[in-house]
Design a protein around this ligand. Structure first.
Ligand code: ARG
Length: 476
């Protein structure tokens, strides 16, 4: 398909095009500026497949109710198939004078098959046509993106299964908090992405109704069968109110909302990848396939793909805010403002797809530096909570008191510049006389994660089970 329309701008062609479409009323064509601000063919060419699908369904319905003859329908079918071939081969003469994809295809059809092409626009308007095409396009995008999200989830779940028992520091406030497993951390993103998939599925459900046949805004006097076109286009049924149908862009906004939330998730993971790759952390390594070098600093290996995923969030969120702003002041029904709905959706869909592909790639590419993660997992008094829990469980101290005792032991260790496990039993007893040797059994990082067996906790048995459950569900 040609993205760059081959366009000519002479006044004669502008006049001729205007004449063919609404020449009954208009004596002259539009000015160059009018044409430039009005035309959408430069970007709505992307809708050509959906436009042809919609026209085929409409023509079949017109033939069934006897508004056009069977021969006309056959001619329309053949003509549209030929046009699809032309567009696919990059031979279609896109004309900016013909404004948008709907008029480009219709004009070409009439050029090829004559009279029958002129009957196709009976009982429809570009207003219901564009609403239909755009819904179909967003629906296709949803299906593709859902499959991509599933792939990222699978990549994460497979790596989580491999590292279900490998410890890393868990953070809150980016301060060492408690040890967790690397697998547990990766599965957190699987949960987020599963909600993203759910949002897309939810958007698809509400999107899947057919505006075709709402005509310009009021419906039509022709005895059309909107259930028939709905079924042909895979919609669950026709929209119920013609005014709403031609002016509703909720499906695009819901899609962009889902995109913005998902992009935010991907950006958080991307940010972690950037942090993990940095020299002070060194939790993971990315290969040459997902890094770039520096033109001046030979030692550099930069996580550019992760940084760009983080940045794409900006344009995706911008698309949502942009379209919300376009829509917020529009009285019913259609207004030309709504032509500005497509570019943000196309742009966000592309950025989202690319981000998902990059995250899938980096997830499969990354090599965790397990000994480094383990070393840092034990630093920063990360098992202090385990010590407090031991005081509660074994000595029956109230938690608040146990917290206080542990705080004093941490202060003591900090002052001596050692870890909690390096304090002697005598030192511990100087703070709380009841402490016994048994306390040391809970101060290792492995004991810490192994003890977190509560539902949803980081214990390796939990993580291995969850990772296996996800892998099975995602491969099904
Ligand atoms: N290109 C237009 C759009 O994208 C198609 C609908 C035009 N309708 C109209 N009444 N001018 O919205």
């Amino acid at each position: 398909m040609t993205e760059d329309a081959d366009v000519t701008n002479d006044a004669e062609r502008r006049n001729a095009a205007a004449n063919a479409q609404w020449g009954g009323r208009f004596a002259a064509g539009p000015s160059v500026i009018m044409q430039e601000i009005n035309a959408s063919i430069g970007f709505d060419q992307k809708l050509w497949r959906q436009d042809i699908r919609g026209s085929l369904a409409h023509a079949a319905m017109l033939a069934k109710i006897g508004l056009i003859s069977a021969e006309d329908e056959q001619a329309i079918r053949t003509g549209l198939a030929d046009i699809a071939g032309e567009i696919e081969a990059g031979r279609f003469p896109f004309a900016v004078e013909l404004e948008d994809i709907h008029m480009n295809i219709e004009a070409r059809l009439t050029e090829r098959i004559g009279e029958a092409g002129k009957r196709l626009h009976t009982a429809r308007s570009r207003n219901d046509q564009v609403a239909t095409d755009f819904r179909l396009w967003v629906r296709d995008a949803i299906d593709g993106l859902s499959a991509q999200i599933t792939d990222v989830m699978l990549a994460l779940a497979e790596r989580a299964a491999a590292y279900a028992g490998d410890v890393m520091p868990g953070f809150t406030h980016l301060q060492t908090a408690q040890p967790v497993t690397f697998g547990h951390h990766l599965l957190a993103y699987v949960e987020m992405l599963d909600r993203d998939r759910g949002r897309l599925a939810d958007c698809r459900k509400r999107l899947n109704v057919n505006p075709l046949g709402s005509a310009a805004l009021a419906g039509t006097s022709f005895p059309i069968d909107r259930h028939m076109t709905a079924a042909a286009l895979g919609f669950d049924g026709p929209t119920a109110n013609s005014l709403d149908a031609v002016s509703d862009r909720d499906f695009a906004l819901e899609f962009l909302s889902a995109a913005a939330i998902s992009a935010m998730h991907l950006s958080r993971f991307a940010e972690e990848i950037v942090i993990w790759c940095s020299a002070p952390y060194r939790f993971i390594r990315l290969s040459d396939a997902f890094t770039t070098g520096s033109s001046i600093m030979p030692q550099k290996r930069n996580p550019d793909a992760a940084e760009l995923v983080r940045a794409k969030t900006g344009r995706i969120t911008g698309s949502l805010v942009g379209l919300l702003t376009v829509m917020k002041g529009l009285p019913l029904a259609y207004a030309k403002d709504m032509q500005e709905d497509k570019e943000p959706v196309f742009d966000a869909a592309e950025a989202w797809a690319l981000s998902l592909a990059a995250i899938a790639g980096m997830t499969r590419d990354m090599t965790p530096v397990l000994e480094r993660m383990r070393a840092l997992a034990g630093s920063g008094f990360s098992t202090a909570t385990d010590l407090a829990d031991w005081l509660v469980r074994v000595l029956k101290l109230p938690f608040r008191e146990a917290h206080h005792v542990t705080g004093r032991l941490v202060a003591m260790a900090e002052q001596r510049a050692v870890d909690l496990a390096d304090l002697s039993l005598a030192e511990m007893r100087s703070v709380e006389a009841g402490i016994t040797d048994d306390v040391f059994s809970v101060l290792t990082v492995d004991a810490s994660v192994a003890s977190r067996t509560s539902f949803g906790g980081t214990a390796p048995v939990n993580v291995a089970r969850e990772a296996a459950r996800w892998c099975a569900a995602l491969q099904a």
